[in-house]
Design a protein around this ligand. Sequence first.
Ligand code: ADP
Ligand code: MG
Length: 251
Amino acid sequence: MATHAEQLTATTTTAARPAVQLRELTRSFDGRKVLDGVDLDIPAGQFVALLGHSGSGKSTLLRAVAGLDHEVVGSGRLTAPARVSVVFQDSRLLPWRRVLDNVLLGAEGRAAAAKGREALAEVGLKGRERAWPNELSGGEAQRAALARSLVREPELLLADEPFGALDALTRIRMHALLRQLWERHRPSVLLVTHDVDEAIVLADRVLVLEQGRIGLDLAIDRPHPRSYRDPLLGEYRERLLAALGVTADHQ
Ligand code: ADP
Ligand code: MG
């Protein structure tokens, strides 16, 4: 058995090595810098939200971290875990595959199928394994997308406005589900959103991307589950809105 000192060292080592590390990450399109030397560390298991105006470069940053942007290589330093899952605003389910087959995406065998069923049950889709994607509501399709990301047991979950197309009530349910899944599996999460309330109700740390850099890095130190009505969240909301350049006159 490990001694207490050894355990401490192991814990410290894990905590000291961030899951995501960006140094001076830069990305230009047609000579225009969208990311201008982004520095960011995300510790393993942290739930982070990234806010920013439309066009500020949120998706560009997420795509780089996801390894989907091959041209960003060499523009700085980027470290990310090996197992990364990405969820987008639309579920991207393949219409010609049933829900379970979408979740499995190529993985075969009984063990994989069992894992897929388990993931579907976790997101509240037990019994819908054989449904076609076009038989699902928008919220159900996003649940299926979350199940598909879960079966890969990601160390890092990247989500690009995953609830942006959902109605307000469905969105609130999905917030609770995402937080629950995070508590059970503890991946690092980078959630891109333009919704300040979504960021502060879900994340333990909120970043604001402005002019190609992280302009504000705010720890949200409130217990979960959080209520939009918590007056202390109001203070965080004010700070984030101010960083986004939204003043009381604009609201
Ligand atoms: P956000 O997700 O914050 O709304 P994006 O990261 O999608 O912003 O885009 C940031 C800027 O980069 C925008 O001006 C967008 O037009 C530009 N951009 C993004 N991807 C490309 C691309 N593949 N080619 C040219 N310009 C792009
Ligand atoms: Mg975007």
